[in-house]
Design a protein around this ligand. Structure first.
Ligand SMILES: Nc1ncnc2c1ncn2[C@@H]1O[C@H](COP(=O)(O)OP(=O)(O)OP(=O)(O)O)[C@@H](O)[C@H]1O
Ligand SMILES: [Mg+2]
Length: 240
């Protein structure tokens, strides 16, 4: 749990570091990125082409801007595919350093479509420390591998006293993928998410405890950017 929260904070964290970042909410069944980013509509289109919303320095596009939730619930593969194609190709994204894609849960049509529509540089799997979630993360890794998408690694979200910690790291070791970091369970992550203010961008308030979760998201953005650079260097034939 926490894919959307991690996607949003990662995108904002990368933008805060100076990158040009797009965030595509590909969760056709439960698009929450607009809420998490605090945007509820798109700017007017440029002719036939949609313009992404700009929030927290990130260009945001979501299925939620296009159709009602109930409508998308009955969609089959081909409709999902054409909707996602529209979000990728009929939008003025401009030059981007990163496009963060928030995928729906599971390993279904949307995942397959996205992998067919864009050359994904890498996949990141988000897990919570509990066993059940960790076993889901194994499925997530296998799904990326089947789609020939390199797996950048696993993030453990909601670490701490309540759900424990270490599950993500163990799964990463077992599956032979990097462990990218852990985000503590913190009610502010959730409260500010509801308010459309990703914690990664929040300043410390004097007199209040420092934001461990904010720092964890900043560190995560840095680790992911670094891991992607290494991957791109390797896949361009560098280092051989
Ligand atoms: N580190 C955290 N600390 C506290 N609450 C969190 C944390 N990460 C996520 N949450 C909360 O957990 C809930 C689920 O998170 P989120 O929507 O990001 O998960 P998801 O994996 O995208 O879910 P879905 O499968 O529905 O798409 C949200 O209410 C969110 O605010
Ligand atoms: Mg989600």
């Amino acid at each position: 749990m926490g894919k959307s929260t991690v996607s949003v904070n990662l995108a904002v964290g990368l933008a805060m570091a100076g990158a040009a970042v797009g965030l595509l909410d590909a969760d056709i069944y439960g698009p929450n990125v607009p809420t998490l980013m605090g945007v509820d509509e798109l700017p007017p289109p440029e002719g036939e082409t949609m313009v992404p919303a700009l929030a927290h320095g990130v260009k945001v596009m979501s299925m939620g801007f296009l159709v009602g939730r109930e409508e998308a619930l009955v969609w089959r593969g081909p409709m999902i595919h054409s909707a996602l194609r529209q979000l990728l190709t009929e939008v003025v994204w401009g030059e981007l350093d990163y496009l963060v894609v928030d995928l729906p849960p599971g390993t279904g049509d949307a995942q397959l479509s996205i992998a067919q529509l864009v050359p994904l540089s890498a996949g990141v799997v988000v897990t919570t420390p509990q066993l059940l979630s960790v076993s889901d993360s194994r499925r997530g890794i296998t799904a990326f591998q089947k789609l020939n998408v390199p797996v950048l690694g696993i993030v453990e979200n909601m670490s701490g006293d309540v759900f424990g910690s270490g599950g993500g790291e163990r799964a990463a070791a077992e599956m032979g993928v990097p462990f990218l970091g852990r985000i503590p369970l913190d009610p502010r992550v959730s409260r500010m998410g509801d308010e459309g203010r990703p914690v990664v961008g929040i300043a410390d308030t004097p007199g209040e405890p420092p934001f461990a979760s904010r720092q964890a998201f900043r560190d995560l953005a840095r680790s992911i950017a670094a891991a992607l650079s290494v991957l791109q260097f390797q896949s361009s034939g560098g280092g051989r």
